[in-house]
Design a protein. Structure first.
Length: 391
């Protein structure tokens, strides 16, 4: 493993002193720099007023878009800052000009919020949802995808790193196939931003959505949307306000030309600045170095749990990240989660209702999700595995 400044990172993260936090795919522990940025802006709002504080912070707020652009390889005018990844995804997909009979391709590992949205769009527009099965490794089957693209599709919408396991889907290979078939490609990067390097050109997507609170270690209530130039031409936001459009006449309006058309006027300014601070922190560490550490820690936790006699690990895929899912024979997942929390160890529970195409299809009930971050340590893994073994 490349030398990683773990002592400095843990010193920047006060929460590690009180908890073993393996719920980073839920919401990571923010570094002190993020907390200070958010609190400082809230204090400034209290001192001079909210409108005045945002005007004063104008250049720093604009710089957040530049930071996101550096993170994912896009341009700042292609980026909208939105309150979460799901709403960012919704703004793009609900704004797509679907016609009855359009085929939308998705994967077995897709998350509940995205699938529910597609089901609603099927009711509204008469689209057809096409589900791609997994290959023998448990990732999206690229051969099956290519065959379905050959039959025609309006959109491919998949999640890069699903919520229900360590899988990292082959997003760039999907992008190449979509480009070959001229198919619009929406990538949910909710759990991959900050966990793996992202480059929208290499990924070949038209739309990328993400959140701030997970592997970027930003505040809750923050996220972003990146849209390609083609997407800007094709998608109209499903709703508009005075930020997204200009009222040009008594019965006329004009939608703004950049990606901020997907934002709305009232926003979480302190959180936006905190998101920028989180991304700057991640860029300063280096995404590649962070990814390497995450993958090593994830593999170690996965392997150690797999050695326990009553524990079954359920992660799939050729490439795996820092999310590890498992269950303990004879003990419900929520009981395991609660018992670990009593020992100041945070996990979460993934239910079949969150990933019916995946977990329910595999006959799995609720499972424990332990998601590590680069600030975690092998000592924490030792303590965690010992605690699981005691159950």
């Amino acid at each position: 493993m490349t030398r990683f400044p773990i002592d400095r990172v843990r010193a920047d993260t006060p929460g590690v002193e009180s908890v073993v936090h393996f719920n980073n795919a839920g919401s990571a522990l923010p570094p002190e720099q993020v907390v200070d940025t958010v609190v400082a802006h809230l204090r400034r709002e209290a001192a001079i007023g909210g409108y005045e504080a945002s005007a004063e912070a104008g250049p720093r707020l604009d710089a957040v878009y530049d930071s996101i652009a550096r993170l994912i390889g896009g341009r700042s005018d292609q980026i909208a800052v939105i309150e979460n990844a799901t709403r960012a995804w919704d703004m793009a997909v609900y704004g797509y000009p679907f016609q009855a009979g359009d085929r939308v391709i998705t994967a077995r590992s897709e998350y509940v919020s995205n699938v529910v949205a597609l089901l609603q769009l099927r009711e509204r527009h008469g689209i057809e949802i096409v589900l791609i099965d997994d290959d023998e490794h448990g990732q999206l089957d690229l051969a099956a995808l290519e065959a379905e693209l050959g039959r025609g599709a309006a959109m491919v919408a998949i999640t890069h790193v699903p919520t229900s396991g360590g899988l990292v889907n082959p997003a760039a290979e999907v992008g190449a196939l979509c480009a070959a078939h001229d198919t619009f490609y929406v990538l949910d990067a909710c759990q991959s931003a900050g966990q793996v390097p992202l480059d929208v050109d290499a990924l070949g997507c038209d739309v990328l959505s993400s959140t701030g609170r997970k592997y970027l270690r930003g505040p809750r209530g923050t996220g972003f949307l990146w849209v390609s130039d083609r997407a800007l031409e094709r998608i109209e936001p499903p709703f508009l306000d005075l930020h997204a459009a200009e009222w040009t006449g008594d019965e006329a309006y004009e939608i703004r030309g950049d990606a901020r058309r997907f934002e709305n006027w009232e926003t979480y300014y302190a959180g936006k600045l905190g998101l920028g601070a989180a991304i700057d922190y991640a860029l300063d560490l280096g995404i590649e170095a962070s990814t390497e550490r995450l993958q090593v820690l994830g593999a170690e936790l996965r392997g150690r749990l797999d050695e326990l006699p009553r524990v079954a690990v359920h992660d799939k895929g050729i490439h795996r990240g820092g999310i590890v899912t498992f269950d303990v024979a004879g003990t419900e997942a929520v009981v395991v989660e609660a018992a670990l929390r009593d020992q100041h160890m945070n996990t979460s529970t993934s239910t079949p209702g969150h990933a019916r195409y995946d977990l329910a299809a595999r006959g799995l009930g609720p499972i424990v999700r332990a998601s590590v971050h680069y600030y975690n340590t092998t000592d924490e893994i030792d303590r965690f595995v010992t605690a699981v073994a005691s159950l």
